[in-house]
Design a binder for this molecule. Structure first.
Ligand SMILES: [Fe+2]
Length: 323
C-alpha cells in the first residue's frame, strides 16, 4: 500500500502525479495528465481521491479509450463498485448503469441512491453520446451550503433527522420519454421499497466537514408534518443549490466526471429536446452516515415487492431476459 493512503486528509496537500485546474471558487476541478484505467498506480489513485474530496466534482477530458470493463476496473481502484438496488445493470456488464435519454431524465436535484443507509461514496460517469448543445450536468457543494447557514439554522440543522425513500412522487421528478412505459419503470424503480432515516447534517468520513444531505429522495423530517417538512426542506435546499455553490459541465464524448456523492447533489439539464444523450455510471460503495451527535443513519423499511433479477437495460428500454 502507498504511504499516502494511511495519512489523514490534508486540504493543503500538493499534487505530484496529476494536474488540478479548479473550475470555480467553490466546487469542481479539471484533472489533467491522467489516462484513466484499471492499472493506474496507487499514488495517482490516491491523488484523484484527494482531489475528489477537496473539489467534490472532478472532470477528465478525452478518455475515449475507456471501455465498460475498464470503467469498472478503474472504479474498483477507488472502492468497491455498488450496483443500483432496483435498476438493472447494462446487459453484458457487472456494474454499469446506462442512462439513456430515451429512458428517463434525472432532471431534479438529488444525491445518488440516498434512500439506502450506506449510499454511494462516489459516482463515475462517462459520456457515450452527447447532444450537439445542451444536456449539461450541474453539481452543488453541500458542504458550502452548510457553511453558508446562519448559526441559528446550523444549530437546528445539526439536530434534524430526515427520512429518504425511493417511493417518491416519480411523475413530478423524473421526465420519461413516450418510448418508455413510465408505469413499468416506476414499478421497477420501486421493486423494493426503501425508507432510511439520515441526519440532515452528515459528518464527512474522510474530511470531517459537515455537509447537508437532502435531494429528491427526501420524504419528511422526523417529528414534523408533511407541510412543515416541505417548508424546512425548501429552506435548506435553497442554500444547497445557490448558484455560488454550483459547477456546470458541458459534455463531450469521452469525458468522465467523478463526484463525491457524500458532499454534493447533482441534476442533468433537460434542454436538448429529442437529441440522444447516453452516459454510463459506476457507483462506489459508501459507509453509513453519522450525524454531528454521533448518531448513524438507520434503515426504517426494506420491502421487496418484485424480483428484478430477470430484467436488463438496453438502449433506454427495460428488457426481460428470456427464461
Ligand atoms: Fe444521479
Amino acid at each position: 500500500m502507498s504511504q499516502n493512503q494511511t495519512k489523514p486528509y490534508d486540504p493543503n496537500y500538493q499534487y505530484q502525479h496529476i494536474q488540478v485546474k479548479p473550475i470555480t471558487g467553490c466546487i469542481g476541478a479539471e484533472i489533467e495528465g491522467v489516462k484513466l484505467s484499471s492499472t493506474l498506480d496507487q499514488d495517482t489513485v490516491h491523488e484523484i481521491n484527494h482531489a475528489l474530496i477537496k473539489y467534490k466534482a472532478i472532470f477528465f477530458k478525452n478518455q475515449q479509450h475507456l471501455t465498460d470493463d475498464e470503467q469498472e476496473g478503474f472504479a474498483a481502484l477507488l472502492g468497491k463498485p455498488l450496483n443500483h438496488p432496483t435498476v438493472p445493470v447494462k446487459s453484458g456488464t457487472a456494474h454499469v448503469l446506462e442512462l439513456d435519454s430515451r429512458g428517463g431524465r434525472a432532471d431534479t436535484w438529488h444525491t445518488d441512491i440516498s434512500f439506502i443507509e450506506d449510499y454511494p461514496k462516489a459516482s463515475i460517469l462517462r459520456s457515450i453520446v452527447a447532444p450537439a448543445a445542451g444536456g449539461d450536468t450541474v453539481w452543488a457543494n453541500t458542504t458550502a451550503a452548510y457553511n453558508d447557514l446562519p448559526e441559528e439554522l446550523k444549530a437546528l440543522a445539526d439536530r434534524l433527522r430526515a427520512v429518504h425513500s425511493n417511493d417518491y412522487d416519480y411523475a413530478s421528478k423524473v421526465t420519461t420519454s413516450p418510448r418508455i412505459d413510465a408505469e413499468k419503470y416506476r414499478a421497477l424503480f420501486n421493486s423494493t421499497e426503501y425508507e432510511t432515516e439520515h441526519p440532515l447534517v452528515r459528518v464527512h468520513p474522510e474530511s470531517g466537514e459537515k455537509t447537508l444531505l437532502l435531494g429528491h429522495f427526501f420524504k419528511r423530517f422526523v417529528g414534523y408534518n408533511s407541510q412543515d417538512s416541505r417548508r424546512l426542506f425548501d429552506l435548506f435546499q435553497d442554500y444547497a443549490v445557490n448558484l455560488e455553490n454550483i459547477v456546470r459541465w458541458r459534455w463531450s464524448v469521452g469525458d468522465v466526471a467523478i463526484w463525491d456523492n457524500r458532499a454534493t447533489q447533482h441534476r442533468a439539464i433537460n434542454d436538448y429536446g429529442d437529441e440522444l444523450r447516453v452516459v454510463r455510471r459506476v457507483t462506489i460503495e459508501g459507509d453509513i452516515p453519522v450525524g454531528v451527535d454521533g448518531r448513524p443513519s438507520v434503515n426504517l423499511k426494506k420491502v421487496v415487492k418484485q424480483d428484478i433479477s430477470n430484467f436488463t437495460f438496453e438502449n433506454g428500454q427495460i428488457l426481460e431476459k428470456a427464461s
